[in-house]
Design a protein around this ligand. Structure first.
Ligand SMILES: *[C@@H]1O[C@H](CO)[C@@H](O)[C@H](O)[C@H]1NC(C)=O
Length: 279
């Protein structure tokens, strides 16, 4: 009788200890993964970039304030340089402007036109006070996205921007493939006014990332999940056509998939940054 009692006690203790260890492990893993899970990155960024307040500030007429931003974008785009860009090109293929670069392959010349005005040929819009900001997704190796499309009978959220719904209807997923959709806008009411019209670049292409080009968990062997990707993830750019000067503009961008819920405090699939354009 006594021995049996002791066995039960030991089993209970072992179970409790295992549960505690499991809980601690799960919690730390969850916290770690949370920070590095489906990040929507904003570029350019400074060396002391902070997620909470990434500020892009410059004065279009002052070369000294514009040049560092152009250099940061060039540094960011360097891994994307190629003479044989894909169709459609995943990024601007050159970081040397036309005068500097005597020979540019025909394909790259075409790709640069697709990415206009978010190319070095137009100084990414910074000298005109109409900057381009690049977005890309990172930390996708543990993610299997559930895209929004009109091919499935599942409902599309009513709060989804109209332009995304239009693209979804015009380019059905069975023919054009699925996208992780992206929307951007002013964060507060004043920002919604100050931000002015924005365009997603490449113009005319869906605002988002094609699933076919994202290295998500379903596309990589389990053993390779900790390894870095061979090719950098595809980009899109937001082009601010006429942002108000001399005010701080808070911009929020987010992705739209069925499995990621919107939360204004979350970092998963959501990014924010601040634009301040001086006179
Ligand atoms: C459409 O969306 C559903 C649900 O997210 C997904 O399972 C499916 O693969 C998507 N694509 C097509 C072509 O149906």
């Amino acid at each position: 009788m006594g021995a049996e009692h002791r066995t039960v006690k030991i089993v209970v203790i072992v179970v409790v200890v295992l549960l505690v260890i499991g809980g601690i492990l799960g919690l730390t893993l969850g916290l770690l993964l949370n920070q590095r899970y489906v990040e929507l990155e904003v570029w350019p960024r400074t060396d002391d970039y902070k997620w909470e307040e990434p500020l892009i500030q410059f004065s279009p007429s002052n070369k000294g304030t514009v040049y560092p931003w152009i250099k940061r974008i060039n540094d960011f785009l360097r891994p994307y340089e190629t003479t044989i860009p894909e169709d459609p090109p995943r990024a601007p293929c050159s970081i040397h402007n036309r005068e500097e670069q005597q020979i540019r392959s025909n394909n790259c010349e075409m790709a640069m036109r697709v990415w206009a005005p978010c190319t070095i040929d137009e100084y990414y819009g910074y000298t005109m006070g109409t900057p381009c900001v690049f977005l890309r997704l990172n930390y996708l190796h543990y993610w299997v996205p559930q895209p929004y499309n009109v091919s499935s009978s599942l409902a599309i959220p009513t709060e989804m921007p109209e332009y995304l719904k239009q693209f979804m209807i015009q380019r059905p997923a069975q023919m054009f493939g699925d996208y992780v959709w992206v929307s951007c806008g002013g964060e507060l009411n004043s920002d919604k006014e100050n931000i002015g019209p924005i365009q997603f670049i490449p113009a005319g292409l869906p605002p988002g990332f094609p699933l076919s080009r994202l290295h998500t968990a379903d596309k990589i062997p389990y053993a390779n999940r900790n390894l870095p990707d061979q090719t950098p993830p595809p980009l899109i750019a937001i082009f601010f056509e006429n942002p108000r000067r001399e005010v701080l503009i808070n911009v929020e961008c987010r992705i739209w998939t069925r499995d990621i819920y919107y939360d204004p405090y979350s970092r998963v699939g959501r990014a924010r940054f601040e634009l301040f354009i001086n006179n």
